[in-house]
Design a protein around this ligand. Structure first.
Ligand SMILES: [Zn+2]
Ligand SMILES: [Zn+2]
Ligand SMILES: [Zn+2]
Ligand SMILES: [Zn+2]
Length: 325
């Protein structure tokens, strides 16, 4: 019977305290006892016999030495493991109070349907009518441990599957996180490209306006310089022919000079106001307003995909759920 207890223990808590049999029979893995003399020499050797007189375990080799010395001791082999004792560690694990680790379960409260240690009884069950010693209760029919062992094992298998599913779930979440980081980067890149394009277009327009305005101002400046030089030339020429009695030249000079003066005066009249040219840029407020109103580049959604395994393993369908976060 203890073999099943061991099974339960081993399935639930794999601990280094117990050695696990190297020979697994089917899917059964059993906590096993080591040969006591071998263990004293730090050798791990599975026990083949238990001696009820020595209260010790022996391997195939050590049992011969033991046989020479204590031929009359009561021995139990692998066929009689039901006569082998329950390991202390298992006993401690089973008997330990869940609430008070240092205490052993000694009683059962029927009022609360609860196992209790002395401390439990003292603290919580002093008013209870039906608190019975375990040693009294075991006089009835023993509990069905084999079925219990099978049940808890299949429960353990289910939990293992669930753990596996959860591991896969976490991996999938991590993978999606990485992918979304990349997506966010891509989205940003696209917006950058659009903004770069807009900037380029605006710069191009500025350049075009600059070129045409510069050309227009330059042509006006050229005209001014030309008029300035011509008036200087005429001024000097007139000065040179004054009082020289050259009537024909004086006539032509005065006509030409008057014409040039008219041109210059008209030009001066047209440009009587001093001008300072400049270009200005008025940012489109709509663009900035729109962008500043947005709280992010997009929405993050939490998606669950239920993988429902039917009895037929080929028939797997998915149910999708979605929620914004
Ligand atoms: Zn041995
Ligand atoms: Zn012995
Ligand atoms: Zn307790
Ligand atoms: Zn109680």
């Amino acid at each position: 019977m203890y073999r099943f207890l061991l099974n339960i223990y081993n399935k639930v808590f794999k601990t280094a305290t117990f050695s696990e049999s190297t020979v697994s029979k089917g899917s059964d893995s059993v906590i096993d006892f080591c040969c006591s003399p071998c263990q004293e020499h730090n050798i791990d050797q599975w026990a083949e016999f238990y001696c009820e007189n020595c209260l010790k375990f022996y391997c195939g080799k050590c049992i011969n030495l033991h046989g020479h010395l204590f031929g009359k001791h009561e021995m139990y082999g692998r066929g009689d493991t039901s006569k082998w004792p329950v390991p202390t560690e298992v006993k401690d694990f089973i008997q330990k109070c869940d609430l008070h680790e240092e205490q052993s379960i000694e009683m059962f409260c029927d009022d609360h349907s609860q196992l209790c240690c002395r401390k439990c009884v003292f603290l919580n069950h002093r008013q209870c009518a039906e608190v019975t010693l375990i040693s009294e209760l075991v006089k009835g029919p023993p509990p069905e441990l084999q079925q219990l062992s099978r049940d808890i094992q299949s429960l353990h298998v289910e939990l293992k599957k669930l753990q596996n599913n959860w591991d896969i779930n976490i991996q999938s979440l991590k993978a999606s996180y990485k992918k979304q980081l990349h997506e966010i980067g891509q989205t940003r890149q696209k917006i950058n490209t659009i903004l770069d394009e807009m900037e380029k277009t605006t710069m191009k327009e500025l350049d075009a306006r600059m070129t045409s305005l510069k050309a227009s101002l330059k042509s006006d400046l050229d005209k001014i310089i030309k008029l300035k030089n011509e008036t200087k030339q005429f001024g000097d020429a007139i000065h040179a022919i004054v009082d020289k009695g050259k009537e024909e030249i004086a006539f032509i000079a005065s006509k030409k000079c008057l014409e040039k003066m008219k041109q210059s005066e008209n030009f001066l009249k047209q440009n009587s106001v001093q001008i300072k040219s400049s270009l200005t840029f008025h940012a489109d407020a709509n663009v900035q307003q729109y962008l500043s109103k947005l709280s992010g580049l997009g929405k993050i959604a939490f998606v669950t995909k239920e993988l429902v395994h039917l009895d037929d393993p080929d028939q797997v369908f998915t149910v999708q759920g979605k929620s914004s976060m």
